[in-house]
Design a binder for this molecule. Structure first.
Ligand code: SF4
Length: 282
């Protein structure tokens, strides 16, 4: 008898009872899925609209830039894209909580944009880790969240056949933030002009001991921190057992390929974010 997880059952129920279900996937998906086959498989499973979080990441970058420029007297800024890091800072370094950037994660930003664009659609999130799954559930913006591992199992159990599809994603596309799941991906893509210098920034993956990290980098102002080794490509919801350097290669190859895609109207534009509140308090 086939065994399904609670999330897998919920996804199948959503797809069975709703015509319009959107799927948003973290850009680290390429460590577990062939990027050319991914959307055809998701359409084969029954999703109506499939997009990445890359536009959400671009939106977060813009929000960070605006916040830092308005609060330029603040000594330090800690990125809040990784829910595990946020939890550890709050639990182990409460004196640093005031430096957490009060902006939602790329996942929540993307869900807010989707909810505005398709108010009737249900939203499923595909994640590289259980921390993001929990964040998605607590955000109230996402109907169901699955890890990559769970989605791979679901595709096998349901014997999903790919549906013909000529493009990578349906919309809200961005190529430069495809490196977001890599260590230092945020700091590399953040527009620093007028707010920070390169030497004021530091990035760390596999970051669990913040006390030492903050103490060792007293001269830094911007902390780009990710909990997993290698960044989100090392998340506990990833099925792949390949070494981190190979996963990194998959992300970079995908970005290279994506740059050759003709995006047209599929590109994420800033007009989609107008009127949305992306702030969050910690
Ligand atoms: S670094 Fe790890 S824990 Fe943090 S969001 Fe990425 S996959 Fe999740």
């Amino acid at each position: 008898m086939k065994q399904y997880s609670e999330g897998q059952v919920k996804v199948l129920e959503l797809l069975a009872h709703h015509d319009n279900v959107s799927l948003m996937v973290a850009p680290s998906f390429v460590v577990d899925f062939d990027y050319k086959k991914f959307v055809p498989l998701m359409k084969g499973l029954g999703f109506d609209f499939v997009c990445e979080l890359t536009f959400g990441a671009k939106t977060v970058n813009s929000e960070y830039h605006e916040y830092i420029s308005k609060n330029c007297m603040q000594k330090r800024f800690i990125a809040t894209t990784c829910p595990m890091c946020v939890s550890i800072v709050k639990a182990k370094n409460p004196e640093m909580t005031k430096y957490l950037l009060p902006i939602v994660s790329p996942m929540v930003a993307m869900a807010k944009v989707l909810a505005k664009k398709f108010p009737k659609n249900k939203i499923v999130f595909l994640s590289p880790c259980t921390a993001k799954k929990i964040e998605a559930q607590n955000s109230g913006m996402v109907d169901v969240s699955l890890t990559f591992k769970e989605m791979k199992q679901l595709l096998r159990k349901e014997k999903v056949k790919p549906k013909k599809c000529s493009h990578l994603f349906d919309g809200f596309y961005n190529d430069y933030t495809k490196v977001y799941p890599l260590a230092g991906g945020l700091s590399k893509t953040l527009n620093k002009k007028g707010i920070l210098t390169k030497s004021q920034m530091c990035a760390k993956d596999g970051c669990t001991d913040f006390t030492s990290f903050f103490n060792q980098n007293k001269d830094k102002r911007f902390f780009d921190i990710l909990f997993c080794d290698g960044g989100c490509i090392g998340g506990n919801g990833v099925a792949a057992k390949t070494p981190v350097f190979m996963r990194k290669y998959s992300v970079l190859s995908y970005r290279k390929y994506a740059k050759t895609e003709k995006l047209g109207k599929k590109k994420g534009l800033e007009k989609y974010t107008k009127g949305i509140d992306f702030s969050k308090s910690f």
